[in-house]
Design a protein around this ligand. Structure first.
Ligand code: SF4
Length: 91
């Protein structure tokens, strides 16, 4: 009976040690991989044909990626609310 108790204690120790090791590994990988997992770089204004005036009645101020007052989720800032680019998507 005592043998079984010792065996369970050893198993529990192995499980806890394994969990601690996994937690440490996740923490270390998170620290190392964190910057690499950052949001992708925004497109340059030139690469998306950004212009400071609307096109076909569409402008940044009605695009889903527009972030008031002068930013965009996908294109490098600054942009103008009246601007437009070829990634335009109506909000
Ligand atoms: S039209 Fe282009 S630059 Fe303007 S908010 Fe949309 S994605 Fe950004």
């Amino acid at each position: 009976m005592a043998y079984v108790t010792l065996d369970l204690t050893a198993s529990r120790r192995r499980v806890l040690t394994g969990a601690a090791t996994l937690s440490l590994a996740a923490l270390l990988l998170g620290g190392v991989a964190g910057p690499a997992m950052a949001a992708p770089a925004k497109s340059s204004q030139k690469s998306v044909d950004y212009q400071t005036h609307p096109k076909g009645g569409h402008g940044c101020n009605s695009c889903k990626d527009f972030v008031p007052q002068s930013s965009c989720k996908t294109v490098e800032s600054p942009i103008q609310a009246s601007g437009w680019c070829n990634k335009y998507a109506h909000s």
